[in-house]
Design a protein around this ligand. Structure first.
Ligand SMILES: Nc1ncnc2c1ncn2[C@@H]1O[C@H](COP(=O)(O)OP(=O)(O)O)[C@@H](O)[C@H]1O
Ligand SMILES: [Mg+2]
Length: 255
């Protein structure tokens, strides 16, 4: 059996008396897009925050590509191949689209070479590589023509695509995206679905939180459903669509 890209072993998170995530276990394999769905407050964003290291675990273990990462700080998880976007769009005002993606590249530059970044030949080669990578990522997400535009001039849908490009700049094995379609119109959602499938085809596994069920059902290989912090179902889209517990807890109100 191949080692999963990410494996969660009974992870839990309590905020005071609130059990936001309770003994959650699932894994994501190479070449998989896994959807994480559930009602508001069911623990989806908390799960992403636990995976990324934005929040410490109350208990449980997380393995990235077979390696325990449960205690690692966020930046070390990024350099080991875990990248995320946020539920609330957070672009860096004052930068151009291109510059923001370049910032995402810096998690790949080590502290030993950061001082020499603009001096040595090796770092000039590295700079050229980054410039090329940024252009490719902007092309991938459909923002090539906005490369020189200030990020504040982008629509909210475009800013979400920019966040995905920025996250991909760290060359992750796993991308976590929290509600990427929020604020997008139908055509943008369609493009987003295509983009996430292209990202998978490029060899990056994806965990996607999303409320748009048509999008989730179309792009996910598997879906994990949360309710009150617990996993109530896991399966391929067709199984989830017809699962009685899922319909009662979540899909009933959405359809
Ligand atoms: N930083 C926090 N402090 C206290 N409670 C929190 C915090 N973050 C989330 N919660 C609570 O944890 C539960 C799960 O929240 P969240 O993971 O944001 O749900 P979802 O993303 O599924 O809507 C909710 O009851 C929420 O109020
Ligand atoms: Mg959330």
């Amino acid at each position: 059996m191949a080692v999963p890209i990410i494996q969660l072993n009974a992870i839990s998170k309590s905020f005071g008396g609130i059990r936001a995530v309770e003994s959650l276990s699932f894994s994501v394999n190479a070449n998989e897009v896994v959807g994480l769905i559930g009602p508001n407050g069911s623990g989806k964003s908390t799960t992403v925050n636990l995976l990324s290291g934005a929040l410490p675990l109350t208990s449980g273990e997380i393995f990235l590509d077979g390696q325990q990462i449960s205690q690692l700080p966020e930046n070390q998880r990024v350099s080991k191949g875990l990248a995320r976007t946020f539920q609330t769009a957070t672009c860096f005002t004052g930068f151009t689209t291109k510059e923001q993606v370049l910032l995402g590249c810096f998690s790949r530059i080590t502290s030993s070479n950061i001082g020499s970044v603009f001096r040595t030949r090796a770092s000039r080669t590295e700079n050229e590589r980054q410039t090329k990578k940024v252009a490719q990522l902007l092309e991938l997400v459909g923002l090539a023509s906005a490369a020189e535009d200030p990020v504040e001039s982008l629509s909210s849908g475009q800013q979400r695509l920019l966040m995905i490009a920025t996250a991909l700049a760290s060359e992750p094995k796993l991308l976590l995206v929290d509600e990427p379609a929020a604020g997008m119109v139908a055509s943008e959602r369609k493009a987003l679905g295509d983009l996430l499938l292209k990202i998978k085809a490029a060899g990056v596994s994806v965990i996607v939180i999303e409320h748009h069920m048509a999008l989730i059902m179309e792009i996910c290989d598997r879906i994990v459903v949360l309710n009150f912090g617990q996993k109530i179902a896991e399966g391929v889209p067709q199984e989830i669509r017809t699962n009685r517990k899922v319909i009662d807890a979540y899909l009933g109100e959405n359809h």
